[in-house]
Structure formats: structure tokens, C-alpha cells
Design a protein around this ligand. Structure first.
Ligand SMILES: Cc1cc2nc3c(=O)[nH]c(=O)nc-3n(C[C@H](O)[C@H](O)[C@H](O)COP(=O)(O)OP(=O)(O)OC[C@H]3O[C@@H](n4cnc5c(N)ncnc54)[C@H](O)[C@@H]3O)c2cc1C
Length: 514
């Protein structure tokens, strides 16, 4: 017999099968010997009460054999199959490619950046010398922005596709099975690169192609139908279906579409700063304790406040994380965050951003690149304020709210360095004022949050795409170009790794129908 129940255990026992069996046996009023196995279906930390506990949904096997699921992948050979071009090797592009293979199509991924290994050198140059290679950075290269991301895998896009199938594909390519049960699954930046490489290997071994240093500069369109793409080296690659999965930072792609008279639209996004606290402040607040101890993971938070009709919210929170420079061009500053799988850095950071609506930004309302220019302008201001070499402008939290420059800045994780600056010199007044009002309000919700030990680092500007590439709801094709499938975060249909992967899968399915 198999029974599904919820059990609760204290921290420290969550991975101790013997202890969990005893708890389940007590809950079912049976002897532990009757339980042959226990399978955890879902696991979460409940820190609402005074005592922090793990809650688990489990299947209890009583006198019943439990055969653990195995996670392997076997793809058909598509070497000589009909080609589909996929621009961009981010999560959207990679999962589109795997789906193409499953559907008997040959994916040809064209990626402007380098493979994971070579890309690492460019990241070292960014962190140590403040030098950004516009073709190879935290956003561009094998695995896209996903490779050196934090690798949190939760999403609100559960209705758009099979989240579990995506998670299982990650497991089949090397991720731990924990991601299938944790309420807040996380891979970690140290583990993602190998997983991404393994996915690329699956694509290539099945007969797909992955071309690096292959930057698309033009779409080949004839009589409203896609015919292929042209690369920066002059090479032309032909196919009847092109999946455009170039991410939110490929500004030249948006320029290219506009220049080719392919309809794009300005899109609202959110902008603000990254905020970093000592991790122990967050742990004390969330776990109501002096010290977290070894049995609980570094804690997270999720904060939101409405200020003058705009949402101000924390975003991409990285416990035990690092603030990272994510610019894709010289002379701009963009910050984001990541953490290793153990989340064992002493700081906690999150993007803290204000929702921007279309009417907030001045300029020609008919210009689809209006929001993009606004984003770019602020990133350039941040670079200037930092004084170069990717040094980022920073300000202590209470100093920011009370409008005074910080005498010094706290130790922080941003490797190129931070400079004390009044952030109101960079942020537009209507963003600045909302952030100023939201931070003390966050402090009222979370004890210890509102502190001058926290630093604000500017600017968190690539929260989502500032441009939308329209597509038909049913066919997922661009309304003007048959066979062109705008896909993933850059086109405005995803926000994060899982939703980008799901959108890639959906676009591949749509591409198989033409
Ligand atoms: C530091 C950091 C941390 C993050 N943490 C998380 C997290 O914890 N959880 C989460 O869900 N999300 C996270 N994200 C966001 C996540 O990485 C993105 O949402 C996701 O990667 C978007 O996938 P995508 O495939 O749509 O686009 P991208 O990943 O941006 O991939 C686009 C690809 O297209 C390529 N490309 C662009 N232009 C061209 C061209 N002209 N020719 C050829 N190729 C081109 C790029 O080089 C890139 O590889 C993080 C991002 C960063 C930078």
C-alpha cells in the first residue's frame, strides 16, 4: 500500500531517512518496520512560527517495493532532418533545440558568444579589470544569461508548460534531484556551467549543430516568409523556421528588427538597485534566532510595497550571494546577483526595483526603442558616477533614504568595487522617491532589514526586456514574418530560466507545424 501524507520534522532531520520513517510511522500510527520506503514529493521550510520546521509531502510505501525513478535522456538522430535555426543558446534556445530533436527536427543554434570554458576568461576580465567583451560576458555565450546566473528554478509560469519536465531535463544533465522536491529549487552558479555543457552535448550528439562566435546581423526574409539568417562573418544559413531567442540584452537585435521594418513594441520593465545585507541579518529576521546554525540554509526574503501606484519589489534574491557586473557593452553598469550551490557567502542580495510604465518615460511614444534608450541612459550614468572600470555607485540604505552621501561604504561582494555616490544623481526622481519610501516600509515588515549596514548598488536595470517582439497567440509566429518565432525573455515571453525554457519548448512545437 502507498499513502501520501504531510510530515513535519525539525531542521537536521530533513535528509535522515530513518528519522523521517519514524515520523511517518507515528503519523500513520503504525510500526516503522511496516514502512519499506519513503519518497519525498515536496519539501519546504516553514519559518512562520517560533520554531522553524521542514514540511514535507511524502509517499509512504508499506510492504510495497519502491523503484526509484531514473533520469536519463535518449534523443533520436536528426543529422539529416529538416533544419530549424535557433538564434541564441540561452535556456530558451537550448530547450527549443532539445524539443526540436524530440520532434525529429535538426536544430542549428547560432550563438554570438563563446563556449562555457572560453567565456570564463572574459568573466575574469570583467571582474578583475572592469573590461567588458560585448560578445562574451555574463549575458552572452553558451547557456546565455542562465549559465552564470543564480540558478533559482521557481516560476509562476506553471500554466504555460510542464515545469517538472524542464526540471527533469536538468536532472538528466547533472542537476541534483533535490530540485524536483524543493519548494525553492536552486542549482547554483558553480554547478550550472557543467549542466549547460551537458545539454549542448546532447544536442550535438543527436546531430544538431551549435555554432559559437556566430552573431546574427540580419534576418533573410522574402515576401513575408523567413528564409534564414546572415551572420557577421557573411555566412548565410537557410531554413523555413527561425526561433529568435536572443535575450533581453541583445540591443543590436532590436535595432536590427526595427531597421528591417519588422514590428517591435516598447515594453514596460522595472528598474532600481541591488541591495546587499550581511546574511546573518536576514537569517536573524527570518528564523527568529541569534545564529542560524548548520541545519538551516541561508534565508531569503520576498518584499513588495505599493508606493504611489507603482509596485516596488525585491527580485531575484540571492542568499549567500555575490553582486555581479552584467553589462554587455563598454561604459555601462548593470548589476545582478548569483550564489553558489552552498550559498555560503556572507552576504544576501536582491534586486529592489520599481515598476516602470510606458507613460513614465518621455520621448516619442511611437518609438519602440524608447524604453531601451531610457534603460541605456541610466546604465551609462551609473558608469560615469562610478568613475570607470565597472566601479559601481553605492550608498548605505539609511543614508539613501535620508538623502545624504555615505561617508564610507560597507564591505560588500561586488568585485570591481563600489564608490560612494548619491544614487539620486543616477535614478530618475520618480524611481528614487518610491525606493526611498519603500525601504523603511520593508523594514517595518522585516526586523533588521532597514539598516545602514546594507548597501544599495546601482543599477539593476535588466529585469526584463524593454522591447516586445509581437507574435500570434496560436501560431507563435511574428504577425509579419511567417516562420519567425519570437521566443524567450528578449521577445517578452519569459522572465527567468524555467519560463524561458518552457517558451523555447513551445516555440519548437509551433515551428514543427510549418
Ligand atoms: C547574474 C544573473 C542571475 C540570474 N539568476 C536567475 C535565477 O536565479 N533564476 C532565474 O530564473 N533566472 C535568473 N536570471 C535570468 C535568466 O538567466 C534569464 O531569464 C534567462 O537566461 C533568459 O533566457 P533566454 O534564453 O530567453 O535568453 P538569454 O539567456 O539571455 O540568452 C540569449 C542568448 O542569445 C545570444 N544572442 C544575442 N544576440 C545574438 C545574435 N545577434 N546572434 C546570435 N546569438 C545572439 C546571447 O549571446 C545569449 O546567449 C539571472 C540572470 C543573470 C544575468
Amino acid at each position: 500500500m502507498i499513502k501520501e501524507i504531510e510530515i513535519v520534522c525539525p531542521p537536521g532531520q530533513q535528509e535522515d531517512e530513518g528519522a523521517l520513517i519514524k515520523i511517518a510511522a507515528t503519523a500513520l500510527n503504525i510500526s516503522p518496520q511496516k514502512i519499506s520506503a519513503l519518497k519525498i514529493l515536496k519539501r519546504s521550510i516553514d519559518a512562520r512560527g517560533r520554531r522553524v520546521v521542514y514540511r514535507m509531502q511524502v509517499q509512504v510505501f508499506m510492504d510495497e517495493l519502491y523503484v526509484p525513478e531514473t533520469f536519463t535522456v535518449k534523443y533520436p538522430d536528426v543529422k539529416t532532418a529538416k533544419p530549424v535555426i535557433i538564434i541564441g543558446a540561452g535556456p530558451a534556445g537550448l530547450f527549443a533545440a532539445l524539443q526540436c530533436i524530440e520532434l525529429g527536427l535538426k536544430p542549428i543554434i547560432v550563438e554570438r558568444g563563446k563556449d562555457v570554458k572560453q567565456r570564463r576568461r572574459d568573466l575574469a576580465n570583467i571582474n578583475k579589470q572592469g573590461l567588458v567583451n560585448p560578445e562574451s560576458n555574463y549575458c552572452f555565450g553558451e547557456g546565455g544569461a542562465g549559465t552564470y546566473s543564480d540558478g533559482k528554478l521557481y516560476t509562476r509560469s506553471t500554466k504555460r508548460g510542464d515545469v517538472n519536465a524542464v526540471l527533469k531535463t536538468f536532472v538528466a544533465h547533472g542537476a541534483t534531484e533535490d530540485i524536483l522536491i524543493d519548494a525553492r529549487p536552486h542549482i547554483g552558479t558553480n554547478k550550472l556551467p557543467q549542466i549547460i555543457t551537458s545539454i549542448k552535448d546532447s544536442i550535438v550528439n543527436a546531430g544538431g549543430e551549435v555554432l559559437f562566435d556566430a552573431k546574427v546581423i540580419s534576418l533573410l526574409v522574402e515576401f513575408g516568409k523567413i528564409k534564414g539568417v546572415e551572420l557577421a562573418n557573411g555566412q548565410k544559413i537557410m531554413a523555413d523556421a527561425v526561433i529568435l531567442a536572443t535575450g533581453h540584452s541583445a540591443r543590436d537585435i532590436f535595432e536590427m528588427l526595427h531597421h528591417q521594418n519588422i514590428l517591435i513594441e516598447a515594453k514596460p520593465f522595472a528598474l532600481g538597485v541591488r541591495i546587499e545585507h550581511p546574511q546573518e541579518i536576514i537569517d536573524q529576521a527570518q528564523y527568529h534566532c541569534e545564529f542560524r546554525g548548520p541545519d538551516l540554509p541561508p534565508s531569503y526574503y520576498n518584499l513588495v510595497e505599493q508606493v504611489e501606484n507603482r509596485g516596488v519589489f525585491s527580485f531575484c534574491m540571492c542568499p549567500g550571494g555575490i553582486i555581479t557586473p552584467c553589462a554587455t557593452e563598454a561604459e555601462e553598469i548593470v548589476v545582478n546577483g548569483w550564489s553558489p550551490s552552498k550559498r555560503n557567502n556572507p552576504f544576501a542580495n536582491s534586486g529592489t526595483v520599481v515598476q516602470i510604465n510606458s507613460e513614465d518615460v518621455k520621448g516619442d511614444m511611437n518609438d519602440p526603442l524608447r524604453m531601451l534608450r531610457f534603460q541605456q541612459e541610466i546604465e551609462k550614468l551609473a558608469f560615469k558616477a562610478g568613475g570607470g572600470n565597472l566601479v559601481a555607485p553605492g550608498q548605505r540604505m539609511i543614508d539613501f533614504v535620508e538623502n545624504r552621501i555615505s561617508k564610507d561604504l560597507p564591505e560588500n561582494s561586488y568585485l570591481p568595487g563600489t564608490k560612494s555616490v548619491e544614487l539620486k544623481e543616477i535614478l530618475p526622481g520618480w524611481i528614487n522617491e518610491r525606493l526611498r519610501k519603500a525601504l523603511p516600509a520593508f523594514g517595518r515588515k522585516m526586523k533588521g532589514y532597514y539598516t545602514n549596514e546594507a548597501i544599495l548598488v546601482g543599477v539593476e536595470s535588466r529585469t526584463s526586456s524593454p522591447v516586445k517582439v509581437p507574435r500570434d497567440k496560436e501560431t507563435l509566429q511574428h504577425p509579419q514574418v511567417t516562420g519567425l518565432f519570437p521566443c524567450g525573455e528578449g521577445a517578452g515571453y519569459a522572465g527567468g530560466i524555467i519560463s524561458a525554457a518552457i517558451d523555447g519548448i513551445n516555440c519548437a512545437i509551433a515551428a514543427s507545424k510549418i
